[in-house]
Design a protein around this ligand. Structure first.
Ligand code: SPV
Ligand code: MG
Length: 431
């Protein structure tokens, strides 16, 4: 008997999936691939039920003979393994980033002598409703909050993009690229103090207060589902930090990163060009402990940021602080540097990993931008934050447009490089 293969990544079975199975049965034994969690988070959307449960869900469907796990969004390995006579898929993958996956399936089928069957994609009100309900579920605080910890477990490296508004949040949420057939996207968002302040035309000195920062977070949360890491600056007074931890946790923020500075905080990228004071280990550890005491769930993370390299206090100081902050309960360590050469960051990561194999390490490669995510992961880094590149790309574009309109006394000259009006009015999905 012939075999037919299809890959599912859903956690709710709707008419469209049942139609695929119904059609597949006409060709032979039906094998369903369950896309693994690891592959799913890059391909589509974050799973709210574990891989094993999805396997059970598919296995229980009438007409399904076998379920296998497909561990890569490309079909190469799974098709080599099961050699099906047919692959069946909806016809919605002929355009967009998924087209590359389809092309690769066609190539593989030619090699193994199989045929691709495409059926009209089912899109109706019921299917759209299920889709939007799944998105809403992911936006709920209890799902969003724990997702950062889940990502750290699942991914070789968690990739985080800065967001300071609904619009930048949408870019972090929705940007997907296809490269060599594989799709890629960001995992989480960083609410940067620098960019949140800059967007408000204010300096990055803890002047934009927590109420305003929470408002920014809320704007982002309204339109996204990905987890949020807040740049919590110094965390303020320990007594205030405790209340803020509760608030952030309740909102569904996944982590706050606080830096071991005290007094008037200035942006770290100024380094020693401006006066900045590092907190002492005892005080800062007490703040971490206070935050951890206030925390109610196991999901939320308090990450300690070490400024020793920024303030040129040396590697030994940075490592001693890392050990002390972990001892105080920090759920992760962020190490920062403003050198172009990543050597000191890598030395810290190697030496910290030798003393602590599991506490997550976070880096912000703004200055040391030559290094790739993969290289950082090889030195034990878990989270990479692209902290300000969106703001730095938007500002010059806007400034150039403003200057050119002034020079030309009209807007025609700038129009060619602008987003078409028809695209901007359709940019935001309506309910
Ligand atoms: C921020 O994005 O506000 C940060 C990272 O704190 S840095 O600007 O590099 O200090
Ligand atoms: Mg900051």
């Amino acid at each position: 008997m012939k075999t037919i293969y299809t890959c599912f990544c859903t956690e709710v079975i709707h008419e469209g999936h049942l139609n695929i199975i119904r059609q597949a049965r006409n060709y032979g034994r039906v094998i369903v691939g369950a896309l693994s969690d690891r592959a799913l988070i890059r391909y589509n959307r974050f799973p709210t039920i574990p891989q094993e449960e999805r396997v059970r869900l598919y296995r229980a469907l009438e007409g399904v003979d076998t379920v296998v796990v497909q561990d890569d969004m490309l079909y190469e390995d799974v098709l080599s393994l099961i050699h099906p006579d047919y692959v069946i898929h909806g016809d919605n993958w002929t355009v967009g980033p998924e087209a590359a996956i389809r092309a690769q399936v066609l190539q593989k089928l030619e090699e193994i002598g199989g045929t691709l069957i495409e059926v009209p994609y089912t899109s109706n009100e019921g299917v759209k409703k299920i889709d939007s309900q799944l998105r809403e579920k992911l936006a709920m605080p209890e799902y969003r909050r724990k997702r950062l910890r889940q990502l750290i477990e699942m991914c070789p490296v968690v990739k985080v993009l800065e967001a300071h508004s609904g619009l930048t949040g949408l870019i972090a949420e929705k940007t997907v690229v296809e490269q060599n057939g594989r799709l890629d996207q960001f995992d989480a968002m960083w609410v940067s103090s620098l960019c949140d302040s800059t967007a408000k035309g204010k300096p990055d000195i803890e002047l934009v207060d927590m109420s305003s920062r929470l408002r920014t977070i809320d704007d982002i949360m309204e339109v996204t589902t990905k987890p949020i890491i807040l740049d919590g600056d110094t965390g303020g007074l320990a007594e205030h930090f405790m209340y803020n931890v509760r608030t952030l946790e309740r909102m569904g923020v996944s982590a706050v990163i606080i830096e071991d500075k005290t007094g008037l905080k200035k942006n770290s990228l100024f380094g020693t060009d401006v006066e900045q004071t590092q907190d002492d280990i005892g005080n800062f550890s007490a703040k971490i402990r206070a935050g951890k005491r206030a925390q109610l769930t196991d999901d939320f993370m308090i990450i300690a940021r070490i400024e020793s390299l920024i303030l040129e206090r040396g590697m030994e100081d940075a490592l001693a602080r890392a050990a002390a902050y972990v001892e105080a309960g920090a759920d992760g360590i962020m190490i920062h540097s403003r050198r172009k050469d990543p050597a000191e960051i890598l030395e810290f990561c190697d030496r910290f990993r030798a003393q602590d194999p599991s506490t997550p390490i976070v880096v912000v490669p703004t200055s040391f931008n030559v290094i790739t995510e993969e290289e950082l992961a090889a030195h034990g880094v878990n989270i990479v934050i692209y902290a300000n590149q969106l703001t730095r790309s938007a500002f010059p574009a806007m400034q150039q447009t403003a200057e050119e309109i002034l020079r030309c006394h009209r807007a025609q000259e700038v129009d060619a490089r602008l987003m078409p009006i028809k695209d901007i009015i359709q940019l935001i999905d309506e309910l």
